[in-house]
Design a protein. Structure first.
Length: 314
């Protein structure tokens, strides 16, 4: 007698596929897992422009929904992340999701209204990079040195994610704040301008008592000294004349220099005019005042002097 059981076997196989959880088109889910460790992000901080640093988190898996969370790091705050440097100095930063209008990235322990993880779903076997932005806002002015933090990057199963994490790896952040010494020459009372490092003072027709003013603004994150060098030792010299003999020939006109109201002697060709500890980002201001001396015996012509201001790190 002929048996006809193969049709029953086919039905039974179909029933097994329908009842086994975690199968899609005959494939089990897997992961998620890191394709590679998040590693270390390094940067040199730019006080005036800030920094935007980009990093991909590589994740692999199969037929799985997942979330990527980022711990608060050493600051214990998602909204105010901090790198810590010399003497406990702080450099603020943020981790942002560039594919969600730069929303702040958090972990599951963030307040409900502020929670934002990177969510995705894999169909079949996949490995994809998920971008994040590490932003160092401009305008911070911490002391020079190395600043660090470590953020735990966590992979969770599900949308929304559910604890505990399936995998966890540190993302190390290392930012160097370089020694900064900058000088700006600006009009009286004007703010620091990194593009303004030269000033031309025109006294017009020289008369005794004529004066001009200018401000020096020093911005530095280390101790400093500032000095002025005068190649003509405190004289305006007739154009084309030899500085060494110009005074005897009546081809040099004396002038005086005051810094913050105090006379500074340039007769030696050099004067130290200030010093101090690290400044704020607004800088330390030095008000320079120049006044023309006796012109009675001066030869007719144009007189010049080129002063050099030097800021030296200490």
């Amino acid at each position: 007698m002929k048996r006809t059981l193969p049709s029953l076997a086919l039905i039974a196989a179909a029933s097994v596929m329908a009842l086994v959880p975690g199968l899609l088109f005959g494939q089990a889910s897997r992961g998620p897992s890191f394709g590679s460790a998040p590693g270390t992000v390094t940067a040199v901080y730019d006080q005036y422009l800030g920094n935007n640093l980009f990093r991909d988190i590589l994740v692999s898996g199969r037929n799985v929904e997942f979330g990527i969370g980022f711990s608060a790091g050493g600051s214990a705050s998602f909204s105010q992340r901090r790198l810590v440097g010399p003497g406990g100095a702080i450099l603020e930063y943020q981790l942002l999701d560039p594919e969600a209008d730069d929303r702040v990235l958090t972990d599951l322990d963030a307040p409900a209204g502020q929670r934002h993880l990177i969510y995705h779903e894999f169909r079949g076997n996949q490995e994809e990079p998920f971008p994040l932005v590490l932003r160092l806002p401009q305008g911070q002015f911490p002391p020079a040195g190395v600043y660090t933090d470590a953020v735990q990057v966590r992979l969770y199963r599900g949308i929304p994610a559910t604890n505990p994490p399936l995998e966890e790896e540190p993302l190390h952040i290392v930012v160097t704040v370089p020694p900064l010494v900058r000088l700006s020459v600006v009009g009286r009372g004007q703010p620091f301008d990194p593009l303004s490092d030269v000033a031309h003072l025109d006294f017009g027709e020289l008369q005794q008592g004529r004066h001009e003013e200018v401000d020096l603004v020093v911005v530095t994150d280390i101790n400093y000294r500032v000095s002025v060098t005068s190649p003509n030792s405190g004289f305006l010299v007739l154009e084309g004349s030899t500085p060494g003999s110009a005074v005897a020939r009546g081809e040099a006109i004396p002038y005086s220099m005051r810094v913050n109201g105090l006379v500074r002697d340039l007769s030696s060709g050099y004067a130290e005019i200030g010093w101090g500890p690290p400044t704020s980002i607004a800088g330390d201001r030095y008000e320079l005042y120049f006044e023309i001396g006796d012109v009675r015996d001066a030869t007719s012509g144009e007189y010049r002097e080129n002063l050099t201001v030097t800021v030296t790190a200490q």
